[in-house]
Ligand binder design. Structure first.
Ligand SMILES: O=P(O)(O)OC[C@H]1O[C@H](O[C@H]2O[C@H](CO)[C@@H](O)[C@H](O)[C@H]2O)[C@H](O)[C@@H](O)[C@@H]1O
Ligand SMILES: O=c1ccn([C@@H]2O[C@H](COP(=O)(O)OP(=O)(O)O)[C@@H](O)[C@H]2O)c(=O)[nH]1
Length: 724
């Protein structure tokens, strides 16, 4: 039976050491509370850290056994790992960077190394648990490298990844010294999910600008697989909160609190201690409310729950001091004998008491500076079974994308926040109910079960999509048949593209010179009199001549403009004119001026606009512009525009790799053909081949006309070596 293995840094249960024993308690934090409702189904397992350092092997065995009974598999972390991996790289590098607090971020090589090592530790733990048919679902920023590690160990495995925190703009990500490794780590997954479309867009932009891999509608073609990227706003277990809110226990707790607070109306705030949550700013706004509207004094109390979190990290410790100080000051200034402005708790509450607070509060203040989603906002809504109450929500929480019936505020605008509290306190009941009903309908429908189903269905789809690629992998069976036909053939034609096929694609074209291994391979292939080896490239003939001219190779240069058979002279595909260049060159020059990093290559009978060194997003926009501009100019002429790998080439129509390759096929009547290429211009070659030819695409683009695909230039070399 196939199961889902959930993997996250923290397990939904945390183990606490008291003086006499170990106790097991639910973990706080949205990831654990949100996913906690679903993992026990169908024999699923959750792999993660149980939240304490074990002191002996016996203790480890005891904890493992207890957790196993509840479908959890603990990964034990040492004190040094918690310091460098958890408090260090995860919470002092990634957390501040991803939440736009880059000024708090540290960049320590030791922390990075611990991060790699702990991700590896999780990888081993997952591999020990997961069968080949199991689906692995990795969660959050502590495990960004894990998808790729798992992929290397199990290439066919189904891996999903979900990020619970924001994915920031490229400008923040680019600062990280390990940015490329982190993105590649995530791309090990088949599906990558984010809470919002905005985070997804930032991720796609970072992948394009840092790794140079473009996407089409959230579909990324890596050299080995298609990876889907999508937005899945996480929900809560709605029924659980609704039912708890209706329970006697919650009602009794609420009655207790009401009695203690007398008639004071309640504004509620609940968060983990975190500088991202805007707690200090919220306190200042509450103070401003009391200043601006003295009528609320002795009438309204702020009940503020702060759950201890990451207190070993410096910024968290100093935030705690700041909050203590602010609460102390405001209370000292406004308190009366019978009224406390702020009731501040620094601990965590059990579910029933939490829900009792949600019931009690008229207003919930959820005002983070940045928050991936924020489940407290959704829990408040689900607990309001009387359909009253007002949610004040920061525009920078992921939840704001969905909960548009909340009062949406900018958390740095203290004045706006104070006004929002006032507005909430005077909001007519009818309006409250109207807003609450519409938010409840949404939170009920898009609950955590719907979220999981949506993610899992999409993950299954990503796998089906990979398997139905138009091209088939050049596997052992096909290879055996290919070898058999190769051996039996008397006249073989090998059509080999250069950049991205024989040599890896290089951002500096002149650096892609053939290495010794490639020269050896080509020499060995051409040494066999049955072989005719054609280098079929978009490059100019001089470069090809200089690099490879000493070998008995045939050449198709400039995408079919110049041709040369081994031992003969270069000749043109047909008589060509060049007068059109004077009209087109100035247009390309304006695009160079408007697109930093792009340049023009002037070939004998074509002009090429290269953008491999330009900003990838700008280049995508300019390419579309230039294409439509050129299409307009070249209509009714004998010119064509070819789109290659990060190039646009303008030349005489009808001449391309395909038309040139067709000449070789008709001239030499080969009984074995192998054509290999990687980019769009090679599609013309594939399209011109007879059906019995072996056409091989480097990469997994499902739109290729090739019959087969290999993953990389390394695979091409393995294939060519096998023919020697
Ligand atoms: O494990 P901790 O270091 O104690 O931190 C608790 C969790 O905090 C973060 O939660 C996020 O996930 C929520 C659910 O998707 C989301 O609503 C919230 O905005 C996020 O901040 C963190 O991402 C988790 O990994 C932590 O376990
Ligand atoms: O005493 C508490 C206070 C809060 N929470 C839970 O902690 C989670 C906080 O998640 P959220 O998404 O709001 O933010 P995060 O802490 O994950 O950044 C919510 O499910 C709360 O119910 C809890 O378990 N005990």
């Amino acid at each position: 039976m196939s199961r889902t293995i959930i993997v996250s840094n923290r397990l939904p249960t945390k183990v606490l050491r008291t003086e006499e024993s170990l106790t097991f308690q639910p973990s706080e934090g949205g990831l654990a509370t949100g996913l906690g409702s679903i993992y026990r189904e169908d024999g699923n397992v959750w792999v993660g850290w149980p939240g304490l350092f074990v002191e002996s092997e016996e203790e480890e065995a005891y904890i493992s056994e207890q957790l196993r009974a509840d479908s959890m598999a603990p990964v034990f972390l040492t004190e040094a790992e918690i310091r460098d991996f958890y408090e260090g790289f995860s919470n002092s590098t990634l957390w501040p960077t991803f939440h736009y607090f880059a000024q708090f971020a540290t960049y320590e090589q030791e922390h990075w190394e611990a991060y790699v090592a702990v991700n590896e530790k999780f990888c081993q733990a997952v591999l020990a648990m997961a069968g080949p048919d199991d689906t692995i679902w990795v969660h959050d920023y502590q495990l960004l490298l894990l998808p790729e590690m798992l992929r290397k160990a199990r290439p066919e495995c189904t891996i999903g990844f979900f990020l619970h925190i924001p994915f920031p703009s490229y400008e923040l990500i680019r600062v990280l010294p390990w940015r490329a490794e982190l993105l590649r780590g995530m791309l090990g997954a088949d599906l990558i999910g984010f809470h919002t479309y905005g985070y997804m867009r930032h991720f796609l932009s970072a992948v394009s600008q840092i790794l140079g891999i473009a996407n089409q509608n959230g579909q990324i073609e890596t050299p080995t697989r298609t990876v889907l990227v999508d937005a899945f706003p996480m929900g809560i277990d709605y029924d659980r909160y609704e039912q708890t809110a209706a329970s006697e226990t919650a009602k009794n707790h609420e009655a207790e609190y009401r009695e203690a607070l007398r008639d004071a109306r309640v504004i509620l705030s609940i968060d983990r201690l975190d500088y991202t949550k805007g707690i200090a700013q919220r306190l200042r706004a509450f103070e401003l409310l009391l200043q601006r509207y003295p009528e609320w004094r002795e009438q309204v109390s702020l009940v503020m729950l702060v759950v201890p979190s990451r207190d070993q990290v410096a910024q968290y410790a100093s935030l705690k001091e700041e909050i203590d100080e602010l609460v102390g000051r405001i209370n000292a200034q406004y308190r009366t004998i019978s009224w406390n402005p702020i009731h501040y708790f620094y601990r965590s509450f059990p579910l029933e008491e939490l829900v009792a607070l949600y019931r009690l509060a008229e207003v919930a203040l959820v005002t983070p500076m940045r928050d991936g989603m924020n489940l407290v906002a959704k829990e408040f809504i689900a607990s309001k079974i009387d359909k009253r109450g007002v949610l004040i929500l920061s525009e920078r929480a992921g939840a704001a994308r969905e909960l548009s019936d909340a009062i949406i505020i900018n958390p740095t605008d203290t004045g706006q926040l104070a006004e929002a509290m006032h507005d909430a306190l005077v909001m007519p009941e009818e309006e409250q109910t109207q807003r609450m009903i519409s938010m409840q309908a949404l939170v009920r429908q898009y609950n955590v079960f719907a979220w999981t189903k949506l993610f899992m269905d999409r993950l299954a789809y990503s796998k089906i999509k990979q398997l139905t690629l138009a091209t088939e992998t050049l596997g052992t069976t096909v290879m055996a048949q290919l070898h058999e036909r190769y051996e039996a053939a008397e006249q073989r034609l090998l059509l080999l593209d250069y950049d991205g096929t024989l040599a890896p694609f290089n951002p500096m074209p002149q650096r892609a010179k053939p290495d010794a291994e490639l020269l050896f391979l080509l020499q060995a292939l051409t040494a066999n009199p049955k072989n005719r080896v054609v280098i079929i490239s978009g490059r100019d003939r001089t470069t090809l001549q200089n690099w490879l001219g000493h070998l008995p190779l045939d050449f198709i240069a400039e995408h079919g403009v110049w041709l040369r058979s081994a031992g003969e002279d270069w000749h043109l595909f047909q008589v060509l004119r060049n007068d059109w260049k004077e009209e087109i060159r100035p247009i390309l020059e304006t695009y160079v001026a408007r697109t930093a990093g792009s340049f023009i290559e002037d070939k004998d009978y074509s002009l090429v606009w290269h953008y491999r060194r330009a900003d990838s997003e700008l280049a995508a926009v300019r390419t579309r512009e230039l294409l439509s501009h050129l299409t307009f100019l070249t209509s009714n002429t004998d010119l064509q525009v070819l789109e290659g790998n990060k190039v646009l080439e303008i030349k005489t129509a009808g001449i391309h790799k395909g038309s040139a390759a067709a000449r070789w096929v008709s001239q030499y009547t080969p009984d074995f053909i192998l054509a290999i290429g990687d980019d769009r211009t090679d599609e013309d070659t594939f399209g011109a081949m007879p059906p019995e030819a072996y056409t091989v695409k480097v990469g997994t683009d499902s739109r290729s006309k090739a019959q087969y695909h290999v993953h990389s230039t390394t695979d091409v070399r393995v294939l060519l070596r096998s023919l020697i």
